[in-house]
Design a protein around this ligand. Structure first.
Ligand code: ADP
Ligand code: MG
Length: 320
């Protein structure tokens, strides 16, 4: 069973950043308003998430670590309209099979917190915690050395971790995030409105050189910022595209962006954008891969045209 878990974990736990993403999504699903992330050695040695969410009851702690145990979906019908970020109930079980995992949590209203160390198999112990949850992952792949060999340099793994925090922070400007690596504080994001949060993460340069965009047609809506090539300074490149609140890397959308910028942006650069696309959940499959950066649209032509025209119209509009 441990072996099966470890094989399945390969799907979810590709690298420290994928663990971090799952843990952050859990904190957001728990309704947290402030999330602190502490990493050591690119997240390989330590990932610690402290949140102020709803917490986990003592008798649910062990269950949370069980494969396919999720508190978020009760029936198959729910899968169709899942609004939480997690729903497979496999992240914690997978992480626990390839790293040392412990959870301390205090459910709202409980008199104190409980801590469960996954690898000992022991009962939860009383712990001191004001509210919320601390999930601590240590020594990723300590028991699967073959996997450890695929980890990249500390700086690379850290950069992926920082990306994971940034992506989620862009979707939830109402939530405070902080990131510390090897004792050094990298950023501290206060709750903000969306443009402010985008500037916090992509830089004031990007926001200053970007055009605001907003469009809707049928089941599709788009909002966000797209770089104006005529105003582009040395704004960072980078494409942040979210579909129904999830960061995605999608060929159809990427192609629509390239086409829309083709005559105005020269060179091989990817146009910098931060776009939030919403689509009727029945018209998109987010279930393609556990890592969930891929999606499949029922009508990818419609998506392509919608994004293409929204960007083109925005770039062609006279400067306000
Ligand atoms: P999923 O998110 O798909 O439900 P996970 O393995 O990620 O599965 O988490 C299992 C369960 O543990 C969740 O359904 C949730 O009930 C609980 N849980 C995990 N992390 C937290 C957290 N930070 N705060 C509250 N509950 C949590
Ligand atoms: Mg989860």
């Amino acid at each position: 069973d441990l072996l099966i878990s470890q094989i399945a974990a390969g799907e979810v736990v590709e690298r420290p950043a994928s663990v971090l993403k799952e843990l952050l999504e859990n904190s957001l699903d728990a309704g947290s308003k402030a999330i602190q992330v502490h990493l050591e050695e690119g997240g390989v040695k330590l990932i610690r998430i402290t949140d102020d969410g709803c917490g986990i009851a003592k008798d649910q702690l062990a269950l949370a670590l069980t494969r396919h145990a999720t508190s978020k979906i009760v029936s198959l019908d729910d899968l169709e309209r899942v609004s939480s970020l997690g729903f497979r109930g496999e992240a914690l079980a997978s992480v626990a099979s390839v790293a040392r995992l412990s959870i301390s949590s205090r459910e709202r209203g409980a008199s104190h917190a409980w801590k469960l160390k996954a690898e000992t198999g022991a009962e939860p112990e009383p712990a001191a915690l004001m509210a919320g949850t601390i999930v601590e992952m240590r020594d990723l792949y300590y028991n699967t050395p073959a996997r450890r060999k695929f980890l990249k340099a500390e700086g690379t793994e850290f950069a992926h971790c920082a990306d994971a925090v940034k992506r989620l922070a862009l979707t939830r400007p109402d939530v405070a995030f902080s990131l510390t690596h090897n004792g050094r504080n990298l950023f501290q994001l206060a709750p903000a409105d969306s443009p402010r949060r985008i500037a916090d993460i992509l830089g004031d340069d990007f926001l200053g050189a970007a055009r605001r965009l907003e469009a809707a047609a049928g089941p599709l809506a788009i909002a966000g910022f797209a770089i104006d090539p005529t105003r582009a300074t040395d704004a960072k490149d980078g494409q942040y595209v979210f579909v129904n609140g999830r960061f995605v890397r999608d060929k159809v959308i990427a192609h629509a962006l390239r086409e829309a910028y083709r005559d105005v942006l020269h060179g091989s650069r990817q146009p910098a954008v931060c776009l939030f696309i919403n689509i009727d959940p029945a018209l998109v499959d987010v279930n393609v891969h556990p890592a969930k950066t891929e999606v499949r649209f029922r009508d990818s032509r419609a998506m392509h045209q919608f994004v293409f025209h929204a960007i083109q119209r925005t770039l062609a509009a006279p400067v306000q």
